[in-house]
Design a protein around this ligand. Structure first.
Ligand SMILES: [Ca+2]
Length: 401
């Protein structure tokens, strides 16, 4: 399936799906993929390998790796239980420092709960602010907070500096979403899952009155009356009665990792599927990404599809994968053959894929590496080189062969 031609594949998949139940479809699909998946045209995507970035350090369920927002060339590694460790970005690094430890605040009852994300303020060098998103108990909820680095130690956060910006009630333990990102517009974006259970039992995906199953956008440098942040003037549902004005896009089941293309500013989001389809989306202002009417580019609930619903740019079926982990468009300098390739993977199968998206369509897609580790997240170093955190406890660097 490495060099399969995507458009042909999609057409065939649609034909196969039409009029076939799921088990039969899955078997046919599996045979199709085994047979080479219609390999026709290209071989432009390189194979890649994973090189241990910090071989002397093992982390406990590392969920994210974030480059220091200054010239210090450090890496910050988020551990699910509630710690952020800091370490020089060097294969010789041995003992990480504890930048933040909020394990006493973080809920980890469910496999998908924990400290899920870290993002540094664009003005970190002068204000020292960073933001975290985590699950918490009593009541069960997720929390978006701001902290500040210590005034005397750049490797230590000030534990007393927490300012809670937003709390969202969570009905179940799974589907917390959880990527925090500053956009090129200087505003903070956060992905929130549909609240959990299975199949979106409360219909949060299509409900603009809740922040669940959304990507939101807020201004953390100002505050509106009664809020710890401001609603940016351009937010699409700001004036819509009954809608939460924070919402940027909706109909998203459980976006597990999103990223901005550092060259184009495009927002890429990987949405984890229910039982059948994993998907990659390009997020636009006000867009409805379909959940729970659609799973990937396929019907989920028998609800009429409205005209403005946005399909993923690509999806893939189970058992090709079972839980997508969104990555990055490669904009580093080391590997010209990866330039402009969106790199993503699957948490369960460990497969890493790449695709090119040009002029509104996927023009190339293929497997870059099949490997056994559970990929919890992709990250970028300060130069746009791709990093990964895996649940074998290690941080890896992705290299083209
Ligand atoms: Ca979708």
């Amino acid at each position: 399936m490495q060099n399969r031609e995507f458009t042909l594949n999609k057409a065939l998949l649609s034909l196969v799906l039409y009029g076939m139940n799921r088990p039969a479809f899955t078997s046919v699909l599996f045979l199709f993929l085994l047979a080479g998946g219609g390999s026709a045209a290209r071989a432009a995507l390189p194979a890649v390998e994973l090189i241990p970035a910090l071989p002397k350090i093992s982390f406990d369920r590392p969920l994210a790796v974030v480059a220091s927002p200054d010239s210090s060339n450090r890496l910050f590694v988020v551990e699910q239980a509630g710690r952020i460790l800091v370490v020089p970005n060097s294969p010789d690094a041995e003992k990480p420092g504890v930048f933040l430890d909020i394990t006493n605040k973080v809920r980890t009852v469910n496999n998908e709960e924990g400290l899920l994300s870290l993002s540094f303020h664009p003005g970190y060098a002068s204000n020292g602010y960073f933001f975290v998103y985590y699950a918490a108990s009593d009541p069960q909820r997720t929390v978006l907070s701001r902290f500040r680095v210590s005034r005397t130690d750049p490797n230590q956060a000030d534990l007393q500096s927490e300012r809670v910006l937003l709390q969202v009630g969570q009905p179940y333990g799974n589907h917390k979403g959880g990527t925090l990102l500053f956009g090129p517009d200087g505003l903070l974006y956060l992905s929130l899952g549909d609240g959990g259970s299975a199949g979106d039992p409360h219909g949060n995906g299509q409900n603009l009155g809740t922040l669940l199953a959304k990507i939101i956008r807020i201004d953390v440098d100002h505050s509106d009356s009664g809020l710890a942040y401001a609603i940016p003037p351009g937010n699409p549902f700001r004036a819509k009665p009954g809608a939460r004005p924070e919402i940027w896009a909706y109909g998203l089941r459980n976006v597990w990792r999103m990223s901005f293309d550092r060259q184009t500013g495009d927002l890429w989001a990987a949405d984890v599927g229910q039982d059948a389809w994993e998907e990659i989306n390009l997020i636009t202002k006000g867009g409805d990404y379909g959940w729970n009417i659609r799973e990937g580019a396929h019907p989920y609930e028998p609800t009429p599809i409205h005209d403005s619903l946005i399909e993923p740019i690509i999806d893939y079926p189970h058992p090709t994968g079972a839980s997508v982990t969104g990555g990055y468009v490669y904009r580093g300098a080391k590997y010209p053959s990866l330039k402009g390739v969106y790199i993503y993977g699957d948490y369960v199968t460990g497969t890493i894929w790449g695709l090119r998206y040009e002029h509104g369509r996927v023009t190339d897609q293929g497997t870059l590496l099949q490997q056994p580790r559970n990929i919890s997240s992709f990250g970028e170093d300060g130069h746009g080189e791709i990093l990964l955190t895996c649940f074998d406890g290690h941080v890896y660097r992705l290299a083209a062969k």
